[in-house]
Design a protein around this ligand. Structure first.
Ligand SMILES: Cc1cc2nc3c(=O)[nH]c(=O)nc-3n(C[C@H](O)[C@H](O)[C@H](O)COP(=O)(O)O)c2cc1C
Length: 397
């Protein structure tokens, strides 16, 4: 069946390139419908898009002559992906803040499917911190960014802001659906973020995990067509559209949530930084400052990865994570075997670009006797790599 692509064209000089994009996509296995902002129609006529897409072009939210009075919702439901191209600084700012004041932005807000943003603007507009913050927010919301390129711009400036080539955008759209095939029908269970172990009603022991890696895997799994459940400790990240998110606080809460979802899972990926120990006693009242020294007795938390390994079924593959500050290799290999994992991702905390709060990661992947040192890559790219490798492990059985 043809995939449905909604193209939201905005009022930038690169709007004419959207014509070529629509033309190229129409020749492939896609059905295209085009929406335009009012300003986009200053650059290219809706008639051009109607001719190229063989469908109506939408630019007026309150057009009295259309048959369906809530066309933006109908279109949002119809779409398998919505792509903003060229995405102006203005429309990017609007969509990441939920502003819906025209056909394009209202439909984008209503869409609960894959979303892609292809920015194009003057270098100073692009490099403006506001635009950069908006693009970071877009990434956090799970939208795919096909980043602008460096080049000579229409305004005669040279720098970053040029729309990615039509070929690059076509490939990025294709990739969204290629990924989809391999995990269709699979249930993926992921843990992410830190846990918090209460000391008293106002204090807890925790760690620096941001949850970014686990969420990036969840996003990649969703895009590869899986049914995804994420059990997440407290993070600053937004829930991902289309991902079942279970929020927990302590390691024991996480253990319960994992146990409940374990049986149905095909891929189990434990990326959370779970506290090994918790205070034995949680004080009912805030602990008072009395003596010079406060001793807290800690007791062991359940080992969630070990439990999953011990209960592993034939149709399950398990991936663990190890964050080591010394003897990375030896410890990671030991963990792979002792926890009955199929794969282990080892993070070296002291490598630049790796670890807790960054958007990139540098890891070594251990599977059976194989050890693969991966280059520095975004946490999203690593998410895809992890899922593809688990898929290979499953296929080789
Ligand atoms: C000739 C011309 C070219 C423009 N090119 C761009 C552009 O490439 N990117 C951009 O973000 N804004 C560009 N703008 C500014 C936008 O058109 C303006 O911000 C407008 O409000 C965007 O409307 P829209 O985002 O609703 O489509 C351009 C304006 C003019 C007059």
């Amino acid at each position: 069946m043809k995939k449905h692509v909604l193209i939201g064209v905005c009022g930038g000089i690169a709007a004419y390139k959207a014509c070529d994009l629509v033309s190229q996509l129409s020749k492939k296995d896609y059905e295209i419908k085009v929406l335009m902002t009012k300003h986009a129609a200053e650059f290219v006529s809706p008639l051009t898009f109607e001719s190229l897409s063989h469908n109506k072009c939408y630019d007026d939210l309150f057009n009295k002559n259309i048959e369906d009075p809530i066309e933006h919702i109908t279109l949002a439901k119809w779409a398998d992906i919505m792509v903003l191209v060229p995405a102006t600084g203005n429309v990017i700012a609007k969509v990441v803040h939920g502003i819906a004041d025209d056909f394009v932005t209202t439909t984008f807000l209503a869409c609960h499917t894959k979303k892609m943003i292809c920015p194009a603007m003057n270098v100073h507009m692009y490099e403006n911190q506001v635009t950069q913050d908006n693009l970071s927010r877009a990434k956090k919301l799970g939208y795919t960014i096909v980043d602008a390129e460096v080049g000579h711009l229409a305004c005669n400036d040279t720098g970053k802001g040029k729309l990615a080539s039509v070929d690059t955008i076509v490939k990025a759209i294709d990739a969204q659906f290629e990924k989809e095939e391999i995990l269709k029908g699979k249930n993926v269970l992921i843990t992410a973020g830190p846990t918090q172990e209460a000391l008293d009603p106002v204090r807890f022991i925790s760690n620096h995990s941001s949850g970014k890696q686990g969420y990036a895997i969840a996003k990649a799994a969703r895009e590869m067509g899986a049914n995804v459940t994420i059990v997440a400790g407290p993070t600053n990240l937004n829930d991902l559209d289309g991902v079942n998110t279970i929020h927990i606080k302590s390691a024991r809460d996480m253990f319960e949530a994992v146990k409940e979802n374990l049986d149905d899972a095909n891929y189990i990926i434990m990326a959370a930084a779970v506290a090994d120990y918790r205070p034995e006693v949680v004080a009912d009242q805030k602990i008072k400052k009395n003596d010079d020294c406060l001793e807290i007795k800690m007791v062991k938390n359940p080992d969630i990865l070990k439990y999953a390994g011990e209960h592993k079924k034939d149709n399950q593959v398990i991936c663990g994570f190890a964050m080591e500050t010394e003897n990375l290799e030896e410890n990671a290999h030991k963990k792979l075997v002792s926890k009955n994992c199929d794969m282990l991702i080892a993070n070296n905390l002291f490598t630049s670009g790796a670890g807790f709060k960054t958007d990139t990661n540098v890891v070594t992947l251990f599977k059976n006797e194989e050890r693969i040192q991966l280059p520095k890559m975004s946490k999203e790219e690593l998410g895809v790599k992890i899922l593809e490798t688990l898929f290979e492990i499953e296929s080789e059985r």
